[in-house]
Every structure is written in structure tokens, then in C-alpha cells.
Design a protein around this ligand. Structure first.
Ligand SMILES: O=C(O)CCC(=O)C(=O)O
Ligand SMILES: [Fe+2]
Length: 353
């Protein structure tokens, strides 16, 4: 599927995003680490090349395609439900994309890392047959690669934030239940209007390892109200930081608003598949700023305009559940649930919409 896609047009504005070389990061290259730090503290997005997961990523796109092709009735047996459970199948039209209640067009399946690592034992829930059939050949290898990449990157932020070695890593322990998951997404082509595939959001957890073939992803350009495309580059992942890292770092790190709209130009006629691995803190981790662990973070909080923002007083599981639940269409009577579906962008950019 990857070689014959229509090209991303060259006449739409694209946002400049730093390219980080994973091999150089692993080798401890100081300049590359500095560039990763710049990316994490300015936009919170970067491309990652040489991540070594191409084969697993290609396999996962096939898992996504096969799962989407199942009859809806079959997929609905694994639906997430309306109470904020993030694992399982999410049917198109079950979320809203704005305060007036417009339904989404995007379906996805989220596979819990806890289930991949416990396989064949069921840790969190069951999945469609296409997921089960590829667990050993494709999903577990993809999860292992993603865990390794994200841990390496998180360790770099740990050191740059002045935290005692492994502080952030300990908040993401492999042996404890978490919201970490693999997501295969599909949005059908919409040719007659500008459609929102995934509404404006910051990611809920710590670090996302995203793989795109078609355009459609846009970031809100910091300090403006303008959305710009992030152009998919072959072999390059797109990484972005989530709310938990903003909170842990007292706002030093950025979790930027992004959304998915129609792919641009000739790409608009194709259905859009994408793939993300989300690293999230253990369910029981209380989201709080690591002030006591780092003078740098303590200083950032001391100068923050709204330091209370970084003490939501909830666990990672509660944060995730609230954000997932409150975008479900069923909860949108009045505008309350939509307004309570946001993340750290409320004070970080002041431009949540
Ligand atoms: O599909 C994409 O490009 C982005 C997906 C995304 O932002 C998400 O699933 O959180
Ligand atoms: Fe996202």
C-alpha cells in the first residue's frame, strides 16, 4: 500500500518539524540530544528517523486494514463503551468533534500493551479475530520496538530535566497496568466538505510514536490560531509529547494541540489509515509536577502563571478516563462534557477549541 499513494501536494503550507536521528540519540550524541530537547520544549513534535521499526509498522498497517474490513457487527462486540474505557474498538460516529455535537467519522481499535505483553493471557479485555491472529507475529514485536524507542527518548528528557536517573521511567513501569496502547485508525474519504477526522486535542499520556502515510495531521502553530499540516515522510515516525509530560515537567515540555482533517490534494480520495503507539504512565501514578526531584522543574513552577494547572490531583487512569469519556457523543447534553474533555492546552496555549 505504501508505494502507490498520490503525493502530498506541494502547494499547501506545511509546518517545519525537526528531524531527530534515533541512532544518534542512542549513541548519546550531544548535538542531537540538544535538538530533541529543543523539539520537546518548543513544539512538542518531531520526526524520528532511523527508528528501526519499519517492518513492524508495515505489518501493523495490515492489521489495521484487516480489522477495519471486518463486519461492523463483529467489531461492535469489542466496542469501548461510553464510560471512558480506552481499549477496544471505537466505532465512527460515537465521538463528537466540537461543542455543537458534530459526530466523528473515524474508527479505531486500541490494543492495550498489558494485553500484548500478557498474551495469550487476557489482561484487560478481548479483541477482534484480526488482532488475535497477528498478536505474536506483528503486534508484540511492534509493541516491543515502540517501548524501546519511547523509553530511550523519555530517558533523554529525564536527564535534561535534571531528574535523578530513571525517575520518568519508574512512572512507566513495564509490570504495572497502564493506558499504554497501540492504535490503528481509519477515516474514510470525504470529498464534498472539510471534515474533522480527529478533533483538536493534546495526547493524554506521555509520548506518542505515530506513523502516517497520508497527510491530514495538522498542528496548531504555537502562539497563533493557524493550523498547518505535518507532511508524512517515508520511514520517519512523528513523535509528540502528551499531557503527563507537561505536568511532570511543570510546563517545561509541550503537548501541542493537533487534529486530523481531510488529506490534502489528490490524497483526499483515499481512506486514511494511521498507526500510533501511546506510552502512558502506570494507571496508579498521581499526575503531579516533579518539583521535589528537580530544581529546574521547581524553578519553572515558581515562575508559572498558573501552577495549579500542574496539580490536577488525579491518577493517570482518572485523567485518561475523563478525556476519553467526555468526547463520547452520548455525554454531550448541554456542553458540559465537551468542555471537560480537554488536557493541558487550557493554560499552555490559551487557545483550546
Ligand atoms: O492519525 C494521526 O495522524 C494522528 C492521530 C492522533 O493524533 C491520535 O490518535 O491521538
Ligand atoms: Fe493525538
Amino acid at each position: 500500500m505504501s508505494t502507490r499513494l498520490p503525493p502530498f501536494p506541494d502547494d499547501v503550507p506545511i509546518h517545519p518539524v525537526l528531524v531527530i536521528d534515533y541512532e544518534l540519540i542512542k549513541a548519546g550524541n550531544k548535538d542531537e540530544i540538544e535538538r530533541l530537547w529543543t523539539a520537546g520544549t518548543t513544539l512538542g513534535f518531531w520526526y524520528l528517523k532511523n527508528h528501526g521499526a519499519d517492518e513492524e509498522v508495515n505489518g501493523m498497517f495490515d492489521v489495521g486494514t484487516q480489522t477495519v474490513a471486518l463486519p461492523l457487527e463483529e467489531k461492535m462486540k469489542f466496542e469501548q463503551g461510553d464510560e471512558g474505557m480506552s481499549f477496544g474498538y471505537k466505532a465512527a460516529g460515537t465521538n463528537v468533534v466540537d461543542a455543537s455535537g458534530t459526530r466523528d467519522i473515524t474508527q479505531f481499535v486500541n490494543i492495550a500493551t498489558d494485553d500484548a505483553l500478557a498474551w495469550p493471557v487476557q489482561a484487560r479485555r478481548s479483541y477482534p479475530s484480526t488482532v488475535n491472529a497477528c498478536m505474536v507475529s506483528t503486534i508484540i514485536p511492534f509493541v516491543e520496538k515502540s517501548l524501546a524507542v519511547n523509553k530511550t527518548l523519555i530517558d533523554v528528557f529525564d536527564a535534561k530535566l535534571g531528574l535523578p536517573n530513571g525517575t520518568l521511567s519508574k512512572l512507566h513501569p513495564r509490570g504495572e497496568f497502564s493506558g499504554s496502547a497501540t492504535r490503528c485508525t481509519y477515516s474514510p474519504p470525504v470529498l464534498d466538505r472539510q471534515a474533522i477526522g480527529i478533533s483538536a486535542h493534546t495526547d493524554f499520556g506521555s509520548l506518542s510514536f505515530l506513523h502516517n502515510r497520508l497527510g491530514g495531521l495538522q498542528v496548531l502553530v504555537p502562539g497563533t490560531e493557524e493550523w498547518q499540516y505535518v507532511k508524512p515522510l517515508p520511514g520517519h515516525a512523528i513523535c509528540n509529547l502528551g499531557d503527563a509530560m507537561v505536568i511532570f515537567s511543570g510546563g517545561i515540555l509541550r503537548s501541542n494541540l493537533h487534529r486530523v482533517v481531510n488529506p490534502p490534494g489528490a490524497q483526499a480520495s483515499l481512506g486514511r489509515y494511521s498507526l500510533v503507539y501511546f506510552t502512558r504512565p502506570a494507571d496508579s501514578v498521581v499526575l503531579r509536577t516533579l518539583t521535589d526531584e528537580s530544581p529546574l522543574i521547581a524553578d519553572a513552577v515558581a515562575h508559572a502563571s498558573d501552577p495549579k494547572m500542574f496539580e490536577p490531583g488525579v491518577t493517570a487512569l482518572e485523567w485518561l478516563t475523563r478525556r476519553v469519556r467526555n468526547r463520547r457523543a452520548v455525554h454531550q447534553k448541554g456542553h458540559g462534557a465537551w468542555l471537560d474533555s480537554g488536557g493541558t492546552e487550557h493554560t499552555m496555549s490559551g487557545s483550546y477549541q
